[in-house]
Design a protein around this ligand. Structure first.
Ligand code: UDP
Length: 355
């Protein structure tokens, strides 16, 4: 396999410092991709907002104002950059550094780096971390795909399709995990887990409605992105036996998640991937999810989880009730065969071999 591009500059998500969880699953994906490339002899510099911490990755912090998240804006919202934009600073630093590296990998789900594709003198590879959310961004993604189809990649086919792209010549790169950090737990407790940013697109209210019916106890872990939304749905479902467990680092999250008898996923949007699904599988935890987006490509229905009719609380309830039929070792096995760091590393290297 050609390995011509050894020195890489990585553009992080510009919506929050790495390590805070504000960037969502792309933080873990970036971390794992950078780790596996380093192990394979690549050298990487990560440009990221000031305050970023993702040891042992070396980060070059840049000051500046964060981007708003794309999912909090409408489809027609014009492209916006705040004054003293951190994304602007990251792109400017990349321009200055381009003579010292072989290629740039962009993880920012933002118009600017896509628009700048032809302005760089070295190859820029784009990892698209969410589905289609905004017209201007869609246009920029499609243009990058048209000019360099093999340099733009997505987590999943379903995600690429939301941009009207169904024949991507580049690869899909599903996430992968360092499975040595996830312990298989064969003897779970009785509670359920829900893991993710607490935000409307994640549909947490449906999980609360479901456990109000089943009587299950559930813990929610993740960044409290929308506290008003949390308060509102708690009031709407006063009988849901739910507790907020906070935002935990991976080591503590996997320990707590492994103790759960199932993970409930209720995304209302087309989840590009759903890192939490593979993290659950890695711990031996089966997943009940709406049959939509990334989780529908990950979960093996009837084997490692139940894929149920989207937006149907009765279907969620039925899935939760059927959790005991699933084998926890089959879950771990799937994570090992499909979502290892090695599997992701091979796909990454294949992607980067298309200068
Ligand atoms: N996460 C975490 N600690 C928590 C809860 C969640 O580190 O307490 C991380 C989790 O590991 C995952 C991310 O938050 O990588 C959520 O990503 P996902 O792809 O599921 O959804 P997104 O937020 O990107 O929509």
């Amino acid at each position: 396999m050609a390995k011509t591009l050894r020195k890489l500059l990585v553009l992080s998500t510009p919506v929050g410092p790495l390590g805070t969880g504000l960037g969502g699953g792309v933080e873990l994906t970036l971390f794992n991709m950078a780790q596996v490339l380093r192990e394979r002899g690549y050298s990487l510099t990560v440009l990221a907002p000031q305050g970023s911490k993702l040891p042992p990755l070396e980060i070059e912090p840049l000051p500046g104002a964060m981007q708003d998240t794309a999912q909090s804006q409408g489809r027609q919202t014009p492209v916006t950059l705040p004054p003293q934009s951190v994304l602007g600073a990251m792109c400017e630093r990349a321009r200055q550094r381009q003579s010292q590296v072989d290629a740039i990998i962009n993880f920012a789900y933002d118009w600017l780096p896509f628009y700048l594709t032809p302005f760089f003198e070295i190859p820029i590879f784009h990892f698209v971390s969410m589905g289609s959310l905004n017209e201007a961004m869609d246009e920029a993604v499609r243009k990058a795909v048209q000019s360099h189809p093999q340099r733009v990649t997505f987590y999943t086919r379903t995600q690429a399709e939301t941009f009207g792209i169904d024949n991507v010549q580049g690869l899909y790169i599903p996430s992968g995990l360092d499975l040595s950090l996830y312990d298989f737990c064969d003897r779970p407790g009785t509670q359920l887990a829900w893991v993710g940013r607490i935000a409307p697109e994640k549909g947490l209210e449906d999980a609360l409605a479901a456990i109000s019916q089943t009587g299950d106890e559930m813990t929610v872990w993740g960044v409290m992105q929308c506290p008003d939304y949390w308060d509102e749905i708690r009031q709407r479902h006063p009988h849901a036996n739910v507790r907020y467990g906070g935002f935990l680092p991976t080591e503590a999250l996997q320990k707590a998640l492994g103790q759960c008898r199932g993970l409930v996923m209720t995304s209302k949007w087309v989840e590009a991937f759903g890192n939490v699904a593979i993290e659950a599988l890695a711990c031996g935890v089966p997943v009940v999810s709406y049959c939509r987006g990334g989780p529908a490509e990950i979960v093996r229905d009837g084997e490692t989880g139940w894929l149920v009719e989207p937006d149907s609380v009765p279907a969620l309830v039925a899935g939760i009730e059927k959790l005991p039929q699933l084998s926890r070792s089959a879950c771990r096995q799937q994570a090992e065969t499909e979502y290892s760091l090695a599997a992701m590393g091979d796909r990454l290297e294949q992607w980067l071999s298309h200068p």
